[in-house]
Design a protein around this ligand. Structure first.
Ligand code: FA5
Length: 339
């Protein structure tokens, strides 16, 4: 027969069970399950509180009351675990659903950049010259007066210097931004004996008025071939070969007499699309002047050579039908994307 005290405890246990089962059914998340566990099954929870009450029972009754409370604890724990597993599973599924990739969505396109047309044309020309047996070398953009003028047969008072007016480096009378790639001819020949067969791509700078065919910064490719027995025929043959290779058969070239202090004889080359009435000057050329060969200790009786310097922008303008050189530098994306 149950005593009063035991009755009280069992009654409380039943109330607790009733309330807990109701709450269990209302649980809706893992978090709420955790709160439930603390409230009922935790160290300071309601069940622990009832278990504490066992101490107040007479020893003979404790066993029975303890069994009831332990059974309740087991029931609540098992139910809670069941709910917890359900929610954990549901929450995992929801998370996976949220993270799922929709592989049917169209991808985001990344725009691929490309080389600037001037760089493309420079590379294309370098490739042609390399196939013709030339080696690519480069030189400094800031030059001394000696390499830019003096060694190229243009002493200080030479009037031809006026054609190549440049930008001088403040505080250094002797230093300027090179006006052409020809100074690299001297730099190469000073360090090598013939045969010399090089091409020199690079930037040049001039105080030229800007117009449709002139820019104060532009690109040249210099070509130099010095060896025994080089003649004007080699010069013409090489120029015609690379022009045909670069432009194809729809263009034609003409040679026109010119003057450069560092070549003798000198000439310039014009190119036009067949059928067009507009020629464009693309390069200056000539046989290396004996005075230049002597400057680098080559014997002009033994060696001869030819050189030319072509304007890369002009080549690109002709081939790709660009009417104004300024288009290359304005960075208009519609123009850049065309090539
Ligand atoms: C020279 O610069 C000589 N050094 C070329 C040379 C080399 C002659 C070796 C003989 C032997 P010129 O100033 O003509 O020459 O320039 C050569 C080419 O560079 C021109 O035909 C033109 O295509 C290009 N060019 C010259 N100035 C400009 C400029 N301001 N803007 C764009 N292109 C230019």
């Amino acid at each position: 027969m149950a005593t009063m005290q035991q009755d009280g405890l069992i009654q409380k246990a039943q109330q607790l069970q009733h309330q807990a089962v109701q709450e269990l059914q209302a649980l809706s998340s893992v978090k709420e399950c955790e709160e439930f566990r603390v409230k009922y099954l935790g160290r300071k929870g309601q069940l622990a509180h009832l278990l504490d009450g066992l101490k107040t029972l007479p020893p003979a009754e404790r066993a029975e009351a303890g069994r009831i409370l332990n059974a309740l604890k087991e029931t609540l724990t098992a139910e809670l675990e069941k709910r917890l597993t359900q929610f954990a599973l549901a929450e995992k599924e929801a998370r996976l659903r949220a993270e799922a990739l929709d592989v049917t969505l169209p991808g985001r396109r990344h725009k691929l950049g490309s080389l600037h047309l001037i760089t493309q044309v420079t590379k294309e020309l370098e490739d042609i010259f390399v196939r013709l047996g030339f080696e690519v070398v480069t030189g400094p953009e800031v030059e001394t007066d000696y390499y830019n003028f003096e060694a190229l047969n243009m002493p200080k008072d030479h009037p031809a210097r006026d054609d190549w007016d440049s930008f001088y480096i403040e505080g250094f009378d002797d230093l300027l931004l090179r006006t052409h790639t020809s100074p690299v001819q001297i730099r190469v020949m000073q360090h090598r004996r013939p045969p010399v067969k090089v091409v020199v791509p690079g930037k040049c700078f001039r105080r030229d008025a800007t117009d449709a065919t002139h820019s104060p910064v532009f690109h040249q490719i210099e070509m130099l071939w010095v060896d025994r027995g080089i003649t004007l025929a080699h010069l013409k043959g090489t120029i015609l070969a690379f022009i045909e290779e670069f432009f194809g058969k729809n263009f034609e070239a003409r040679f026109v007499g010119d003057y450069f202090p560092f070549t003798e004889p000198s000439l310039q080359v014009h190119v036009r699309r067949k059928g067009s009435d507009r020629w464009l000057e693309i390069l200056g050329a000539g046989m290396v002047d004996p005075a230049v060969l002597q400057e680098v200790d080559y014997d002009p009786e033994e060696y001869t050579g030819f050189a030319f310097g072509l304007g890369v922008e002009r080549m690109a303008m002709l081939k790709y039908g660009v009417d104004d050189i300024r288009m290359f530098y304005q960075n208009d994306i519609r123009f850049i994307e065309t090539f």
